[in-house]
Design a protein around this ligand. Structure first.
Ligand SMILES: C[S@@+](CC[C@H](N)C(=O)[O-])C[C@H]1O[C@@H](n2cnc3c(N)ncnc32)[C@H](O)[C@@H]1O
Length: 222
């Protein structure tokens, strides 16, 4: 069996390590010893975009929180009109650098697409720049409504964060949130914060319905 090789590492703002590993042609980003994202399973990250980005209008603007290996960004670009914009927000410069290097081929180099606007920032701050603007917000920055990677990410799933994201959307715009697990109380929280057409989807990590089960929550700004 081939050994796992550490290709690079950096530190999160709170000092914990974020590391890039390669094994048998696959890559994995690990954070504080936990797997953040790998190239072996990508289906649920792609489903996040497919569920939220059907029928986008000409000139649509979609904000994606969390680059990882770029699978959600690639799936968004595949559904985005030629004059649309995918605003990819990523916290870690190292993750961007790795996507411009050894990770780029996994999602067919989505950062090179002219419709991609890269914003190196914390999405909890970046999303406050938008008002009545975005056609969709796709969030995959952490574990979901029970965050593990950064405590600050919890803001996104609290009433104050959900209300702020609702205001950033255009009327009819869609908020889509990836979650590692089902959170039965979360759809009610979305409704309470003013979202309509709320749905909770079960998604699998592999396209054949196998692998770990995750969830995608959807809600629209009325
Ligand atoms: C699970 S990965 C995303 C996987 C991605 N959907 C894909 O298709 O590969 C989470 C990403 O979110 C980033 N991240 C974590 N917290 C963030 C924040 N507050 N703002 C922006 N990016 C963040 C991490 O650095 C990591 O790149």
């Amino acid at each position: 069996m081939r050994p796992r090789i550490k290709l690079a590492s950096d530190c999160l703002p709170d000092g914990r390590p974020i590391e890039l590993f390669e094994h048998d042609g696959h890559h994995e980003i690990r954070c504080g010893g936990l797997s953040l994202m790998g190239s072996r399973m990508r289906h649920s990250e792609e489903e996040l975009a497919r569920l939220a980005c059907q029928g986008l209008r000409s000139g649509a603007r979609v904000l994606i929180g969390g680059l990882g290996l770029g699978f959600t960004l690639r799936a968004t670009l595949d559904l985005l009109p030629p004059d649309g914009t995918a605003i990819q927000v990523e916290l870690m410069a190292a993750v961007v650098e790795w996507n411009r290097g050894p990770l780029g081929h996994h999602a067919d180099h989505p950062l090179d697409d002219l419709r991609t606007e890269l914003v190196l920032a914390d999405v909890t701050k970046a999303v406050r720049r938008y008002e009545d603007d975005l056609d969709a917000i796709l969030l995959d920055v952490d574990n979901g409504p029970n965050p593990l990677v950064a405590e600050e990410n919890a803001w996104l799933y609290k009433p104050v964060g959900l209300q702020r994201m609702r205001r950033a959307l255009r009327p009819g715009g869609c908020l889509a949130i990836w979650s590692s697990e089902e959170v039965p109380s979360f759809p009610a929280r979305l409704r309470k914060e003013g979202f309509c057409d709320v749905e909770a989807h079960r998604v699998t990590a592999r396209p054949n319905g196998k692998g770990p089960r995750h969830a995608v929550f959807l809600g629209r700004r009325p």
